[in-house]
Design a protein around this ligand. Structure first.
Ligand code: ADQ
Length: 480
């Protein structure tokens, strides 16, 4: 029976060493949920890094990790501290991440990083090649593994390979600056189907293929060697029911401490309103812009002082990369500046949390906030915007969303803003605060309907369906 192999940088598992004892739990992230059906049913294997380096695992623990992971139908790729520094923090997060998000000034082109990226991609491909057989299907994920599709296809041409990019694909003018552009494109083109969140990313990719490799592109198909490579967009959804049902359930249960504090603010006056933002602490998420726009709003519309509060949850991320440390410092200073300028004895305009929160508290934040203000300067999709909508069980609330997030392409009923235009954000915030309930509901209803239909499971299913269709298309071409 043919297998499906999923490959991603991290496994869908949380692994901890407690008192020299290993604990393995399935993780609850979007990707793990979306691929659950494919992974659990049928003959499938997930290959990725466990999250523990070779140095952290002595050989006994290493064997145990392999065995425990095997039970979850996974296999690990072993990474050293040096791999982590050069491949992960280096090439993935100091070269590809900033470049693909249009942060040219943060992009570092370092040969050491590139060499490590090639070597680690080879490690991932080798782990796949250990298991893959003719007729199997392999689905590779994201920017850390762009060379893997070709490394598999070259060795095993009779497999079907899919690739999905979770971040934006930049325009040709940005991508052409990349020193190893040909090699990277050839790496991706090892796949039979290449998926992006939006049509724009797809278009940018095709343009790079045409102009850099001078290949024939016919609508969304590329003729490559004797194969046809298909490129398409698959906007990723969320586990709608999980968020919606959790919001309904939490209303009936005993309130958390956080919920009690949120209620205190809401009940402090009939005009009290809460505005929410949740992101990883990342320079692509537009956190400083958002604080500056909120400051601008309080200056322009002083009647909202003591009534609105911005609740900002920033989850620590990649904190050993210098730009992330600078961003953290800038955010701390800006929050301090706004709170210092506007706070009164009974009101603090920004509640700022720099930590991760349990899922229940995320739901408390989503369900208690009148407005979600999501302002990335670039974002492949942005699932937080979708999660906020799914938790609005009364269909009230307003979503303010950056037009630079992939999600904006399918969320037209949100209030779309340019994250660099403070005037527009401030005015939109005012409009959102004053929006009649009827209008909030009519917008929310359409947004919810769409999210309910195109869930993360559906996303995975559509990609796989298209991948199988590509496989058949390949067979036709070869037969000709
Ligand atoms: P991210 O940049 O991580 O993902 P996003 O899509 O917003 O961004 O996903 C964040 C996820 O983390 C959400 O599901 C959210 O619920 C969760 N989360 C946030 N704060 C949390 C907390 N404190 N505790 C627990 N969970 C928390 C990348 C791309 C995006 C793309 C996704 C999926 O950058 O553009 O949407 O992949 O493809």
């Amino acid at each position: 029976m043919n297998k499906t192999i999923i490959v991603s940088n991290r496994l869908p598992l949380q692994i901890k060493i407690d008192n020299n004892q290993l604990q393995v739990k399935p993780s609850v992230g979007g990707l793990a949920t979306g691929l659950k059906t494919i992974h659990q049913e049928g003959n499938s294997l997930w290959i990725g890094w466990s999250g523990l380096t070779e140095e952290e695992l002595n050989s006994d623990l290493s064997k145990q990790v392999k065995a425990l992971i095997k039970k979850e139908k996974c296999d690990t790729v072993s990474l050293t501290q040096n791999d982590l520094e050069n491949f992960y923090y280096g090439f993935s997060n100091r070269t590809l991440w900033p470049l693909f998000h249009y942060f040219m000034e943060y992009t570092e082109f370092e040969n050491t990083y590139w060499d490590s990226y090639k070597a680690v991609n080879q490690k991932f491909a080798d782990a796949v090649l250990e298991h893959v057989e003719d007729g199997d299907t392999v689905w590779v994920h994201d920017y850390q593994l762009l060379l893997v599709p070709k490394l598999i296809k070259d060795k095993k041409p009779n497999t079907t390979v899919g690739f999905f990019l979770h971040i934006p694909y930049p325009s040709y003018e940005i991508f052409r600056t990349f020193p190893w552009r040909e090699e990277l494109l050839h790496g991706i083109l090892g796949a039979d189907l290449i998926g992006f969140h939006t049509y724009d990313y797809q278009r940018h990719f095709l343009s790079s293929v045409k102009r850099i490799l001078r290949l024939d592109v016919n609508f969304n198909e590329i003729t490559y060697d004797d194969r046809v490579v298909k490129v398409d967009s698959f906007p990723m959804g969320i586990d709608y029911n999980k968020f919606h049902q959790s919001a309904l359930k939490q209303k009936k249960e005993e309130k958390s401490e956080l919920q009690k504090r949120l209620d205190d603010h809401i009940q402090s006056s009939k005009d009290a309103r809460m505005i929410l933002s949740i992101d990883r602490m990342d320079y692509t998420k537009g956190i400083p812009n958002r604080i500056r726009a909120f400051e601008y709003f309080l200056n322009k519309y002083p009647e909202y002082k003591e009534k609105v509060r911005l609740i900002m949850l920033a989850v620590p991320s990649r904190s050993n990369v210098p730009q992330y440390q600078l961003l953290k410092r800038e955010t701390d200073e800006l929050v301090g500046r706004v709170n210092g300028q506007f706070s009164t004895v009974s009101w603090t305009p920004i509640w700022y949390f720099y930590r991760s929160m349990p899922f229940e508290n995320l739901i408390d934040l989503y369900t208690s906030s009148h407005i979600a203000m999501i302002t990335p300067v670039r974002d492949g999709m942005n699932l937080v915007a979708k999660e906020y909508v799914a938790t609005r069980t009364e269909q009230d609330g307003v979503l303010i969303l950056s037009e630079m997030a992939g999600a904006s392409k399918e969320m037209n009923e949100a209030m779309l803003i340019n994250p660099n235009n403070f005037e527009q954000i401030a005015d939109t915030l005012k409009q959102a605060l004053e929006m009649p309930l009827k209008e909030q509901r009519s917008r929310m209803e359409i947004l919810q309907k769409r999210l309910k239909r195109y869930t993360v499971e559906k996303w995975a299913e559509e990609f796989m369906k298209s991948l199988f269709a590509t496989k058949n298309l390949g067979a036709v071409i070869i037969a000709k």
